[in-house]
Design a protein around this ligand. Structure first.
Ligand SMILES: NC(=O)c1ccc[n+]([C@@H]2O[C@H](COP(=O)([O-])OP(=O)(O)OC[C@H]3O[C@@H](n4cnc5c(N)ncnc54)[C@H](OP(=O)(O)O)[C@@H]3O)[C@@H](O)[C@H]2O)c1
Length: 278
């Protein structure tokens, strides 16, 4: 490949938030960005914004296959970077989560990512280079109340990514996890919708606590201190794509650094006491 050919990067979940910001930031840096979204209207909007946009719904295998096939057709079979990003948070106490609701959370946040990544690995191995960047979360290593489904999906992602990193050692393909704390995006608004769809607060032991949670989810602007704009994640994605030694983990925001340190230092019961109040 000609040295001047821009490296291509595939990003999932570009309709809003971090995915949209990273797509724009990487394009400005000279990457050939394939900004994917799951709804045709968003694919059209992204195209109007000048992106090469493809339909990719992580819950629908056929769109994972067709988006990747189209990308490879356009790039002559090459893909340098995959930013797995599209996901949502399903709020609700563990005892209030129907098993199908938990399954749906894993379908999008883990199985869809796995399916796409599996399709990409053989071609990255053949190229002898590639970067797989997983947008995890501080909730991939500490738990909070009413985040059980999301916590479980991100903890699972951390395990799968740690194993994959070991298995790809020496192949020229690197796996990095990004662990943001609160980032400004549509995440809370989308989580509120999932809560309304799938949790019945009136039947729940937790209904009083849910009222406060619903208020927080509907709040405009930063609902928690230390919220950063999505550009904070973009910075780490650029490092993971461009460093000769990308890091296994990138913390983003003060809460991630804080809880990362506390998790290493404190006994589980002491950490629980802090997390219960967070
Ligand atoms: N915001 C935070 O505080 C925060 C903190 C830590 C980690 N993260 C992680 O950051 C990533 C991006 O979230 P965000 O904060 O940017 O929130 P966001 O604005 O809600 O963006 C999430 C994106 O994922 C897409 N998505 C949802 N279901 C999908 C599916 N089945 N197939 C393909 N795409 C799907 C959404 O598309 P639709 O518009 O069609 O729903 C949207 O484009 C997620 O992995 C999230 O876990 C966020």
């Amino acid at each position: 490949m000609d040295e001047n050919t821009p490296k291509s990067v595939l990003i999932t979940g570009c309709s809003s938030g971090i995915g949209h910001c990273v797509a724009g930031g990487l394009r400005n840096r000279g990457y050939r960005v394939f900004a994917t979204a799951r709804r045709p209207g968003d694919v059209q909007r992204l195209t109007d914004e000048g992106f090469e946009s493809l339909l990719l719904d992580l819950d629908r295998s056929e769109t994972i296959a067709s988006a990747l096939a189209e990308l490879l057709e356009r790039t002559g079979g090459r893909l340098y970077g995959l930013f797995n990003n599209g996901a949502y948070g399903q709020p609700g106490a563990v005892e209030d989560l129907k098993t199908d609701v938990l399954r749906a959370q894993f379908e999008t946040n883990l199985f869809g990512w796995h399916e796409l990544t599996r399709r990409v690995i053989p071609l990255m191995r053949r190229q002898g280079e590639g970067r797989i960047i997983q947008n995890s979360s501080v909730l991939g290593f500490v738990a909070l109340t009413y985040r059980g489904a999301y916590n479980a999906s991100k903890y699972a992602l951390e395990g799968l990514s740690d194993t994959l990193r070991l298995e790809l050692h020496g192949s020229g393909v690197f796996v990095s996890l990004i662990e943001p704390g609160p980032i400004k995006s549509r995440f809370r608004a989308n989580a509120y919708e999932k809560w309304r769809q799938n949790i019945d607060p009136e039947q729940s032991f937790h209904r009083d606590a849910y009222r406060a949670m619903a208020e927080r989810l509907q709040k405009q602007g930063p609902a928690v201190p230390f919220t950063l704009p999505p550009e904070a994640v973009l910075k780490r994605v650029i490092h993971a794509l461009e460093s000769p030694r990308p890091r296994p983990r990138y913390y983003v925001t003060f809460p991630t650094y804080l809880f990362g340190t506390l998790k290493r230092l404190l006994p589980a019961r002491t950490l629980d006491r802090i997390l219960r109040r967070t």
